[in-house]
Ligand binder design. Structure first.
Ligand SMILES: *[C@@H]1O[C@H](CO)[C@@H](O)[C@H](O)[C@H]1NC(C)=O
Ligand SMILES: *[C@@H]1O[C@H](CO)[C@@H](O)[C@H](O)[C@H]1NC(C)=O
Ligand SMILES: *[C@@H]1O[C@H](CO)[C@@H](O)[C@H](O)[C@H]1NC(C)=O
Ligand SMILES: *[C@@H]1O[C@H](CO)[C@@H](O)[C@H](O)[C@H]1NC(C)=O
Ligand SMILES: *[C@@H]1O[C@H](CO)[C@@H](O)[C@H](O)[C@H]1NC(C)=O
Length: 454
């Protein structure tokens, strides 16, 4: 990752979350639930009505045309890109699949979490899954207010919202001490941490190298995962298929945070112009003259090679400068490049998929999120870092053979839904996938192990 999202207005259910958060006791739960069910019903009705009108606008079906390319995109891809049904609650409910998982959400002093929300960016930038998962859990059916009935304990600490006044990036230098003092708090106020040394406790570490809390790999590895987190379950964006010190902990690979609201807006606008007239798209840091940072080069020079080889190639739309409206470019593109940055993962992976652009993953060994729910080989292309100079040829071949089948697979609303975190949990969405992954780890639940030995 290397870029940050422009702040986008917070939407949705935060008020409700505050409500539940404050009155976190069982007897008040029913009252709150009644109230917010009504609000939910009302907002959903409103939303369905608006989306009805949006999805019934006429769609321009003119043949897509690429500069300098013989390939024609099937018109289906146009319809595909504007189907917003994945943003809505799916109709067939199947609650049993979470194994009746119960999760307790700690109530921590606000300095650990909600105080940071005074900066709007905190709940919208690409590390914001720490906020989104917290919100979704507070409203979820899987939440229990009785910690003695919980299988897992969620520790909501927002460590990514101390934005640097120099470059705007999250300064995560304080992450270790903030989490450590949160653990101090829960282990002195509740009996559950000491009981298992935290092995049934769940944290989010949504940074470049996850629970190693550093953006540069060699520093992340040198610092390692802090001792106090090593027994717990970490939800992290970082994942590779080989052994790596920053994933030597029980973990679930999660997608980076992309605001569902921004996706919805982009798709709604795309209904007016919906054409994929860009063949290959990339916008981001390029490093034309790559700097040697202690023997390491940004993106292992992959982006430099792309720039040198394809800047000026009319099939490629490569941009080096930030542009807040870049989602409108993704929705116009056939292939979207997702090369590694410092870390292998990138927010582009999610944006490409949800906006219907075929992600071209260039990050050797990357472990992609939720592979149970998302059949990545069917919806994306993988190009080895060493082959990046042949990108043009590789993509031409795909365009003339199996592009339309990849686009058809990308059409699956379940795939798109699985990569977005909603404030209100939806079956199959990213927070639901987290719960599903946790439900496969119930052997770590203290409560379950007690029940089964009795
Ligand atoms: C959108 O996707 C849903 C779910 O797959 C499908 O039933 C519906 O027909 C699609 N709508 C359009 C306009 O393609
Ligand atoms: C935020 O980060 C700065 C360094 O960039 C650090 O000096 C400061 O203590 C941090 N703030 C908190 C509350 O941890
Ligand atoms: C948990 O252990 C720590 C350190 O051993 C201790 O300070 C704390 O009081 C214990 N907590 C409880 C609730 O017993
Ligand atoms: C990068 O810098 C390191 C020293 O920091 C040096 O040993 C290495 O040879 C340099 N590599 C290149 C390709 O310039
Ligand atoms: C499409 O073709 C490429 C190579 O030409 C192959 O690597 C990829 O697995 C194929 N994908 C699908 C979904 O058929």
């Amino acid at each position: 990752m290397e870029e940050l999202k422009r702040p986008i207005k917070r939407r949705g259910f935060y008020v409700k979350m505050r409500l539940l958060h404050k009155h976190g006791r069982q007897h008040e739960k029913n009252l709150c639930f009644k109230y917010y069910k009504w609000v939910l019903w009302f907002s959903l009705t409103l939303y369905f009505l608006t989306s009805y009108f949006i999805s019934h606008k006429p769609i321009p079906l003119s043949k897509t045309h690429f500069a300098n390319s013989k390939s024609n995109l099937p018109s289906r891809a146009l319809i595909e890109s504007i189907n917003t049904s994945f943003l809505q609650q799916p109709t067939n409910s199947n609650k049993g699949s979470l194994n009746d998982l119960k999760i307790y959400v700690y109530e921590l002093p606000s300095k650990f979490n909600t105080d940071w929300l005074s900066n709007e960016r905190c709940s919208n930038h690409l590390f914001a899954s720490e906020v989104a998962i917290h919100r979704a859990l507070l409203n979820s059916d899987g939440r229990t207010f009785d910690p003695y009935k919980a299988d897992f304990y969620f520790v909501p600490v927002y460590v990514s919202c101390n934005f640097s006044t120099v470059n705007g990036f999250p300064a995560i230098g304080h992450a270790r001490s903030l989490i450590s003092s949160a653990i101090q708090f829960i282990s002195s106020h509740y009996p559950f941490w000491n009981r298992t040394q935290g092995s049934d406790h769940v944290f989010v570490a949504s940074h470049d190298y996850g629970a190693c809390f550093h953006a540069m790999e060699h520093r992340a590895i040198a610092d390692g995962i802090p001792e106090f987190l090593k027994k717990s379950i970490i939800l992290q964006t970082f994942g590779v298929k080989y052994k790596h010190p920053c994933q030597e902990v029980e973990n679930v690979v999660i997608p980076p945070y992309i605001s569902p609201g921004s996706v919805r807006k982009t798709l709604e606008k795309a209904t007016v112009t919906g054409q994929r007239d860009i063949w290959v798209f990339f916008r981001g840091k390029m490093e034309v003259h790559p700097k040697n940072v202690s023997g390491r080069f940004y993106s292992k020079k992959v982006r430099t090679v792309i720039w040198r080889k394809y800047n000026g190639d009319r099939r490629f739309y490569l941009q080096r400068h930030r542009f807040a409206g870049y989602q409108s470019e993704i929705v116009r593109s056939v292939f979207c490049l997702c090369p590694l940055g410092w870390a292998p993962w990138s927010p582009r992976l999610v944006e490409s998929v949800v906006l219907g652009c075929v992600p071209v993953i260039i990050a050797d060994g990357i472990q992609l999120p939720f592979s149970d729910a998302v059949n990545w080989p069917e919806i994306s292309l993988t190009v080895a870092e060493k082959d990046v100079a042949n990108l043009g040829m590789i993509l031409e071949r795909v365009a003339s053979t199996n592009l339309s089948s990849i686009q058809r697979n990308l059409w699956d609303p379940n795939v798109r839904r699985a990569l977005l975190f909603n404030d209100q949990i939806q079956e199959g969405d990213a927070t639901w996938q987290v719960l599903h992954a946790l439900s496969q780890k119930l052997d770590r639940s203290y409560r379950r192990s007690r029940v089964s030995t009795q």
